[in-house]
Ligand binder design. Sequence first.
Ligand SMILES: [Cu+2]
Length: 169
Amino acid sequence: MATSSRWAPLSVALFATFILAGCSGGSARRPAGAEAGTVVATDLAFQPTEVRALLNQPLMIRLDNKGKLLHDWTVEKIAVTAVKEEGSAAHSMGGHGSGAGTMMPGAGSMPGGMMGTGSQAGQFALHVAADAGQVATIEFTPTEAGTYVFYCTVPGHREAGMEGKLVVG
Ligand SMILES: [Cu+2]
């Protein structure tokens, strides 16, 4: 009889079971020569809330959604080149009127079942979305030093605290 060694497939679903764990110090790994960072999204928080990028150096952000809701990582305006998204979830972004509209805190569940055409993403300089339990990445090269705000565009999330800053310099 042959030995049948079988690896249990990794169940991503395990992640969904227990989520609101406290964030212990996640050390951002930084391979020499390339800037990369992971931003963990949980239900209504980003970790870390400050991301640093080097001017004119490519940076890859890995959005790791450990929440039960869809989240995104968005920078409205920033001078960038060489933007590449991977694995970004399609989603409809809540009505982006002019300025900060009225956000309803704790608004009902929005499953976001509608698949956006993606055209709306064009209004943001940087936008990457990850479904619950998924990871998506975005790579870009900032071309202007400064401090920029990133946030989650899902209605109510920014208000609840899903924002942070991107420092380029
Ligand atoms: Cu969110």
